[in-house]
Structures are given as structure tokens and as C-alpha cells.
Design a protein around this ligand. Sequence first.
Ligand code: FPP
Length: 247
Amino acid sequence: MSQKQNILLDKLPKHIAIIMDGNGRWAKGKGKFRIFGHQNGVKAVRETAEACAELGVQYLTLYAFSTENWSRPKEEINALMELLVSTIRKETPTLMKNGIRLQSIGNREDLPVKCRAELEESIRETEKNTRMTLVLALSYSAKWDIVNSVKEIAKQVNEGLIKPEAIDENIINTHLSTSAYPHPELMIRTSGEQRISNFLLWEIAYSELYFSPKLWPDFTKEDLFEAIINYQNRERRFGKTSEQMAQ
Ligand code: FPP
């Protein structure tokens, strides 16, 4: 029986972020090349995006390629970029049909021209969709984003537009590439690894973390439902006491 009916729709996270991990191990377990795992990971991307849209989650951010992933073998990088191009091309009509807006965070300038062009075309095509926003983190790392934010603020201080003493959380927030999105209430990582790997470090200050033992290609809608139910059973205190939260 599906766990879907056990989800409290009035306590749904607005934003879920996912570290999709385990594609390589999944492929290795089947005696295949790593890219076979990435190809099968696309199915889990589709399932997760569909489930989030059906439930009413407004933002889904997927860690698809980190700044550090550029140091992987050239063949794996090329195959992953090709996969991104073909997936974005193939899935854009589905995004349109489901009212999903595509966005990206990360250094687009690092991406191969074809990949960047396909991404930007899909972003343009889907920009008016309002049901859900799907954010792909591509050539992204949180430290890269924070460094850029600091540089931008320093420039504005230099130009006399901001006073150093006026710098606060809000100013830093507005200079991050995630500034248009609420911070994720729930972050999921698959494959049993329990680390953050330079993903959304600033934004997850108060996120609930959920680690699934499933390898990403095996991650299904039901696994997502389980993560959301687990999140809904937690008490989020934001530094306060239980008693204060009950008031
Ligand atoms: C991590 O598994 C996965 C990635 C670095 C890539 C994720 C990409 C996809 C699922 C394909 C396309 C995605 C979109 C959004 C179109 P890993 O290779 O680190 O696995 P391992 O830890 O088992 O080696």
C-alpha cells in the first residue's frame, strides 16, 4: 500500500533538496560502466519530480554535477554532459505538460556550449510555469556560491553602495544563486553516505537531514514519501525549547 495517504499536506516541505548519490555503485553491482548508473538515475529524477509536483512541493533542487565532479575521468564527464543534454531535450515537453519551471544554480560558464544552450532554452521555455520549480545544481558548490556572493558584496562596499556594518544575513542571502528560493526544509541524500559534499551549506542551516540507504537509480516515489513522513514526525525547534514551540 502506498504511503502517500499518510503525508500531511498542510505540513509539506516547500523545498526539498536531494544529493543523488550511488549511481556508480549501482552500475558496478551490475557489472556495468558507471555511465549506465547515471542513465538509470534519470528514471529516479523523473519519479521524484513527478511525486513532488503531485504532492504540491513547490521547489525541488537536485545536485546533478558538483564543482568537484570536474575532476572525474574525462569519459565520465563527457557522457554525463551528453546525458544532461539529451535528458533536458527529452523531458522539456513533460515539464511543460506538468507546469514545471526549470532553473539552474552553479557556474553555467563551465558547461560545454551544447549543454548550456539546451539548459538555457529549456529554462526560457518553462519560465512561465508555476506549479513547481525544478532547480538543477550544475557545476555548483556551496563554497563557490558563497565566495561569489562575498566578492559581489565587497564590490558594492568598494563602490560605496553598502556600508560594511550593514552586511547581514539578508544581504548575503540575496547575493547567493539560490536567493529566489526558500531554504530547503528537507535535504535527502541517497546511497547511505552521510555527508553534505559542499551542497547548499548556507541554505541548510536549519534543514532536516534524511539519509536513505537506497542507491539513487533505485530511489522511488515511495522512498520519497517515506522521507517526507519521517520529516513530518520530527520536531523542528530552530534553537528554541520544546515548551516554547508548543506555545
Ligand atoms: C552521483 O553518483 C551522481 C551524479 C554525480 C550524477 C547525477 C546525474 C544523474 C542522475 C543524471 C541526469 C540528471 C538530471 C537532473 C537530468 P556517483 O557517480 O557519485 O555514484 P557513486 O558514489 O556510487 O560512485
